[in-house]
Design a protein around this ligand. Structure first.
Ligand SMILES: *Cc1c(COP(=O)(O)O)cnc(C)c1O
Length: 238
């Protein structure tokens, strides 16, 4: 008979190690570790892995494909999981998102806000959203152009099903720490400027397995960590 919990012993070790590294990064930055949460990114890993992670007390999971949220939500119904959508979203996925997601961190255009709002009204739900801002020049990265943020925030006031809680970004892929850090700094500065205009944006979702200490140094309140918790992904995803 296999012992399911020992098969996943690496998860507990990885989780503890990531939490320790997050706490260390907070101390180096002179921040209180309680200010920074970790969103485990379970994309490409099956429901059995998510279930094992739940045994560690994790209840929120980041996914970047709606199709995957759908199949895992089905497999893990009634587990009380909060699914957080972090990947680029097509408007035709709004229906499933409105039904299944507790939060969307990749809101980057008004057509998507409109589509989500319509579907959320039908569902009678409201969800937290973060605005994904493009702080990197890479073509492959999505997100709102920084200059459009003020007008976008004003426009979002029309959608009462979308509770705007902050900003999200993916940094440029670079070996130069300062280049990466500049992306995170830009997101914080955009947030600070928006707050001066009266928008309340307490959350900054930035930093992944390879760069979260830099994001924490620049004010991240949440880091999205996949590989360092779950291991290498064997399916290629953006
Ligand atoms: C996959 C993904 C992550 C996590 O990446 P890792 O490098 O595996 O930690 C974070 N954010 C987004 C948007 C992702 O798609």
């Amino acid at each position: 008979m296999t012992n399911a919990s020992s098969d996943y012993a690496y998860l507990a070790a990885n989780w503890a190690s990531v939490r320790e590294r997050v706490d260390d990064a907070c101390r180096v930055a002179g921040r209180d570790p309680s200010e920074v949460s970790i969103l485990p990114v379970s994309k490409t890993f099956g429901p059995e892995v998510v279930r094992a992670a739940m045994a560690l007390g994790l209840t929120r999971f980041g996914e970047n494909k709606v199709q995957e949220v759908r199949s895992k939500a089905e497999a893990l119904a009634d587990e009380g999981i909060a699914w957080v959508v972090i990947g680029h979203l097509q408007t035709n996925k709004a229906k499933d998102v409105a039904r299944l997601a507790s939060e969307v961190q990749s809101l980057d255009r008004i057509e998507l806000a409109e589509a989500l709002h319509k579907r959320l009204q039908i569902e009678g739900r409201a969800i937290d959203v973060l605005i994904e801002v493009k702080t990197s020049p890479e073509e492959s990265k999505h997100g709102l152009p920084p200059a459009e943020l003020p007008a976008f925030l004003d426009a979002l006031r029309a959608y009462d099903t979308l509770r705007v809680r902050g900003l999200m970004t993916l940094a440029v892929q670079s070996d130069d720490a300062e280049t990466v850090r500049a992306c995170f700094r830009q997101l914080r500065q955009l947030r600070d400027a928006a707050e001066k205009q009266g928008h309340e944006l307490p959350r900054l979702s930035m930093g992944m397995s390879g760069d979260f200490p830099l994001a924490i140094a620049e004010g991240a309140t949440e880091v999205r960590v996949g590989t360092a918790i779950f291991g290498r992904r064997h399916v290629t995803q953006v």
